[in-house]
Design a binder for this molecule. Structure first.
Ligand code: 15L
Length: 263
């Protein structure tokens, strides 16, 4: 039988999609977040409020779990000091808990780990990191933490380099980066159920023909996206940001935040 799954960030936009989907798949869920869980709880789910910076609380929550689906922490660009606690120290608590329990980690990484690659290039998942801010840097650290814990302790981890997961794409960039909620939920379920993963990196995007991303480790978990942003192309193709820095790089508007490079 599958051991319980701990889902952090359960009260966030993506956590609220994942909680009912994973519960409906029959998994026993422990949900946690620093904010209250706003939705009805499934019979096979419980919720505990906790701060990722509280290592003892995280260890307790992870007891007996086979997977930690880590969607908690800061999810947009913020000043360094705000990112530090949840995304750096908090991530260490997640990995220490996974090590103790022999659990797999499914990590919500982000396209902002590679945001300063230009849009004209197509990337494989083993491309160099080019973070576009402190948030993207913290996600790159998270992926490298996974690398370390797999190499040193055999802690399996799947790092989902999520593009833009929203109800629908809203601009031309998202014709390349959109991940539908349904594809996200199927992806995370496969990450939990897959026989073995090692340290894996997977682009979190639907089947978008305008994609900037190519090879990754999805073959290990048996996932392929079913949705596509292409059906929104006629409506969104001309919907540009108007900012040349945003339009040049894959990370879009995050690249333009406090951008001060001259050439
Ligand atoms: C992310 O990592 C953010 O969490 C999300 O809010 C979006 O900004 C997304 O990236 C994106 O790049 O569209």
């Amino acid at each position: 039988m599958t051991r319980p799954v701990l889902l952090t960030g359960a009260s966030g936009a993506l956590g609220r999609q994942l909680a009912p989907a994973l519960a409906a798949a029959g998994l026993t869920l422990r949900l946690t977040d620093i904010a209250p869980f706003p939705d009805a709880l499934a019979a096979n789910a419980s919720f505990t409020r906790a701060d990722l910076e509280d290592g003892v609380a995280i260890l307790r929550l992870a007891e007996g779990c086979g997977t930690i689906v880590h969607f908690g922490g800061v999810s947009v660009e913020r000043p360094f000091e705000e990112v530090l606690g949840p995304n750096i120290r908090g991530l260490y608590h997640i990995y220490e808990a996974a090590r103790r329990e022999g659990a797999r980690v499914v990590f919500a990484s982000s396209n902002h780990t590679i945001g300063f690659h230009e849009r004209k290039v197509t990337l494989d998942a083993d491309c160099p990191f080019r973070p576009d801010g402190f948030y993207g840097l913290s996600k790159a650290y998270g992926e490298l933490m996974g690398r370390l814990y797999w190499d040193k302790h055999g802690v399996e981890n799947v790092n989902l380099r999520i593009g833009s997961s929203f109800p629908r794409p809203v601009d031309s960039r998202m014709l390349s980066t959109w991940l539908s909620y349904a594809d996200l939920c199927r992806l995370v379920l496969r990450c939990i159920l897959a026989e073995s993963t090692g340290h894996a990196v997977i682009w979190g995007a639907s089947d978008n023909s305008r994609t900037w991303w190519r090879r990754d480790h999805r073959g290990r978990i048996g996932w392929a996206p079913a949705d596509t942003a292409d059906v929104f192309a006629a409506e969104l193709e001309g919907k540009l940001s108007g900012n040349p820095v945003s339009e040049r790089y894959q990370g879009g508007a995050f690249c333009a935040i406090e951008y001060s490079r001259k050439e």
